[in-house]
Design a protein around this ligand. Sequence first.
Ligand code: HEC
Ligand code: HEC
Ligand code: HEC
Ligand code: HEC
Ligand code: HEC
Ligand code: HEC
Ligand code: HEC
Ligand code: HEC
Length: 410
Amino acid sequence: MKKIVLLAIILLFGFYQNSKAIPSSCEDCHKKVTPQIVKDFNRSKMSKVLTCKVCHGEKHTNMNDAQKAKLPAISTCKQCHPQQANQYLSGKHALGLLAIIAFPEFAHKQPEAFIAGQKGCNGCHNLGIVDDKIRDSVKYRKYYKYGMDCQNCHTRHAFSVEEAKQPEACNSCHTGFDHAQWEMWFHSKHGSAYLTNRKAHRGPTCQDCHMPDGNHKVITAWGFLALRLPEPDKEWLNYRITILKALGVLNPDGKPTKRLELVKAANLARLDEKSWKEERAKMINICKKCHSESFARENLKNADLMIKAADKIFAEAINIVKDLYKDGIIPKKPDQVTWPYPDLLNFYEVDTPIEEMLYEMFMDYRMKTYQAAFHIMPDYTTWYGYAKMKETLVEIKKEAERMRREQNNI
Ligand code: HEC
Ligand code: HEC
Ligand code: HEC
Ligand code: HEC
Ligand code: HEC
Ligand code: HEC
Ligand code: HEC
Ligand code: HEC
């Protein structure tokens, strides 16, 4: 009996020791300067094994030299978490910064605060700051000051796994105009089943489908742009070729351009059958945890067909604008590598209302049509996606007619 009591005391003491944050001089001062940061850090598991200086270095020591504090990169965490870091680096998240840097013509037209200041694109795309070399390089400096990948889901300074597992951990980025996965999931049967009984965990979360078994590599079969090659369906292939020409990935004669290299580097689209099929098979295995395989396949096939339905309308709209360029009704822009096709990668940096409509079709309505189909949200697919595609096509046709009449002074 005595032995057991002694053991219990030792164990309890050990637990007490283990559950205590390690004191540090950094903390002593930061308790006053940034008390909430210290509080958050002290509820993290890591506060029991390391201190502030592991991530921020030891060079900054007083009230006036804070600029000497090191800001962590993925390599900082990789020292102790190689598995998560390597998985993360092999997935799409780590390519987030590249997606912006790869199109400097567009990025440089935006205000600095919008890019480097995290108020626009790079509020979400500061992803892929691999090591100090990248962090400190002059080339990248114009794209960020602050920014760190791993904290995006288990936010600083609690770095909690429990918090990262909540679907809300994804909602600050996967929201809004062109990627409203949060809104779609939240209003879907899945979101509803999950939220009405979190404890039973009936409905799947983002993480269940996109980070199965805690795998930090995120990537899907179709990706953001829903473009893949090769395409066995000939009719669909024709629509896709039109879209790829307007993205400048194929030239007007259908030959690959330099932008295809960027698409490869940023892994923007699955460019062989195998990689598409692999991701699809993984997803079906996830659905099978709760549904029959036939049910899952049927559902995903129908979501694929919504991409085709949207592409049909989109290709028609692109061709209308292309003909306006070809006939000189919209003048060719300097450096328009896609001419006579409009350049979709100008996003909203265009000169005519008809091109603004095309941009909205591309980034807003087309995306919503299929993203909601995959996230089981028919309201978005119907009214915010497909119906808007149809409506905008009518407007684009009318506007093209008007522009032609105006040109001919009718
Ligand atoms: C004597 C007080 C004091 C001590 C000791 C101290 N800091 Fe600070 N630290 C500050 C103050 C004040 C700021 C805020 C400076 C500002 O933004 O004006 C700061 C800012 C920071 C920043 C933010 C830097 C940035 O770019 O925004 C980090 C990170 C940091 N400290 C980490 C540490 C670490 C790690 C240690 C221990 C090695 C430490 N601090 C020790 C007072 C202190
Ligand atoms: C496990 C790594 C890690 C540890 C340990 C850590 N931090 Fe940080 N800290 C970060 C990350 C990540 C950022 C965000 C950097 C960025 O955005 O570029 C950050 C940013 C900061 C900032 C500036 C941003 C802000 O929100 O004001 C301060 C100040 C700071 N840390 C203080 C501390 C203090 C004090 C400690 C110890 C109590 C500490 N950190 C421990 C990873 C860490
Ligand atoms: C010096 C080694 C070291 C570094 C550097 C480090 N960690 Fe950790 N981390 C650990 C250890 C050890 C644990 C396990 C603590 C435990 O389970 O008691 C841990 C635990 C974690 C956990 C799990 C927390 C939980 O709630 O279960 C997360 C998430 C995490 N670290 C993220 C990070 C991130 C992000 C960085 C970089 C900004 C980082 N770590 C840097 C050693 C480190
Ligand atoms: C800081 C913002 C941010 C957070 C938080 C975030 N993501 Fe992302 N996510 C992005 C960006 C940006 C991309 C596109 C990266 C690129 O350019 O390749 C992306 C890409 C993805 C992709 C790949 C889509 C494709 O192209 O195949 C998936 C899946 C994904 N995220 C899921 C998640 C999940 C699940 C969570 C939450 C657990 C999450 N993300 C949290 C910003 C974020
Ligand atoms: C609210 C956060 C957020 C903002 C702001 C944002 N993005 Fe994104 N971006 C994302 C997310 C999340 C994804 C992944 C979406 C998906 O796969 O459905 C993404 C995907 C992309 C992709 C495709 C990457 C790929 O490999 O598939 C490009 C290119 C892109 N964004 C460019 C931009 C540009 C340019 C801006 C500024 C004009 C911008 N983004 C603003 C969150 C954001
Ligand atoms: C897109 C969101 C997201 C990002 C970004 C992210 N994590 Fe995680 N992380 C999670 C989730 C979700 C879990 C819990 C996985 C599970 O157990 O199912 C997790 C778990 C962990 C764990 C605990 C593993 C364990 O076995 O207990 C560590 C350590 C960790 N992450 C480190 C990192 C590091 C390092 C990075 C940056 C390279 C990172 N995470 C980036 C979402 C993320
Ligand atoms: C039931 C599983 C499931 C859940 C839950 C889920 N997704 Fe998805 N997600 C999918 C499927 C299926 C696709 C399309 C995969 C493909 O291309 O074959 C997809 C695609 C994506 C993409 C790529 C672009 C797109 O929308 O088609 C992103 C980004 C994404 N999901 C993020 C999220 C986020 C964030 C959440 C939570 C708010 C979430 N997903 C919840 C199954 C799910
Ligand atoms: C963790 C379990 C789980 C996973 C994984 C899962 N689902 Fe579900 N799913 C549910 C639950 C629970 C419901 C709500 C049941 C109901 O409608 O009564 C549901 C509903 C649905 C519905 C709506 C059914 C209806 O009749 O309205 C569709 C469609 C669906 N799931 C497809 C999928 C697909 C496709 C996947 C894989 C990408 C998937 N689910 C993954 C649990 C899951």
